[in-house]
Design a protein around this ligand. Sequence first.
Ligand code: TXA
Ligand code: MG
Length: 327
Amino acid sequence: MITQILNAKDSIQQAASLIKRGELVVFPTETVYGLGANAFDENAVKKIFKAKGRPQDNPLIVHISDIGQVALLAREIPAEFYSLAEKFMPGPLTVILKKSDKVPYAVTAGGETVGIRMPDNKWARELIAASFPLAAPSANRSKHVSPTTALHVYEDLNGEIPLILDGGDCRVGIESTVLDLTSELPTVLRPGAVTSDMLLEILGEVCVGGKVIKVAKSPGMKYTHYAPTVETVCAENIVRAVAYYDLVADRGGKPVLVARDIYRDTVGDRAIISLGITAEDYARNIYNALRVAEKEYDCIIIEKLQGKGIAESVMNRVEKAAGGKLV
Ligand code: TXA
Ligand code: MG
């Protein structure tokens, strides 16, 4: 199959007709690129799992363009959902609700719940409005780093899909916050740019970080996600990062630092891929940096980010990329 990359702006109708014919289309969102299929078409949804080599037991998020579509997807819509929607939709928040009969089990991996999200990207919403709600995971090869540009998608899925809509770089850069509203207490299954503090403001209480929950319900949590193809470690601070760098270089390796651009004196002339200055910069740049790094180096040393909010969310991904290895 030939994979086309087209400008999102000019190609919504073409993409919508592919979706209506049961084909896959990659579309931009503010978090990462998504690999979409008509959420109501079981056969189309199955193609997603095949194209990215995704385990069948990992459910997909359904993307909507209008809050009214939730009634098609969910059996019950709790009041909290509307409060959250008012504040965070469109935006990087996925909410898990009980699924309606219209949602095929291929989407939910056999489960009775469905994740719903309204992306904050004009082209994504136009495509959905012109076709159907879209079941979509991140548009990477399963277990690889999520894509934040059309080129990242092409590198992973060339030949597997007919069309990538290019909408430029993703603004947020890490995947949405996943919040389960079907558990006794609202539970954060995956942290993201909508932080726990922001959710607390609306909900009053949430479960985060496995303190109350004993088993993570999000099946995706048990897989190593976001992993580069070369050795990757996280460094407690820049001094340790540099020390590990020199160790690797001494044993003949080719290391690279992935860090913010604020340590010129400590870093000296060692190889570095800059993540910008702020925590938001860090989130936006991290996945691209990992993809660049894995092509040219054999050991990636990532700076640990301190602090709360988006810093915590992005550290969740970095820990996974590093397989928990801290130096
Ligand atoms: O930002 C995002 O969420 C991106 C863009 C494309 O929207 N999508 C994304 O999808 O990251 P994916 O499939 O790569 O990650 C979805 C995560 C997985 O860990 C999955 O297990 C979890 O959400 N999930 C989806 N539906 C669920 C459900 N019904 N119950 C529990 N977890 C669910
Ligand atoms: Mg993913």
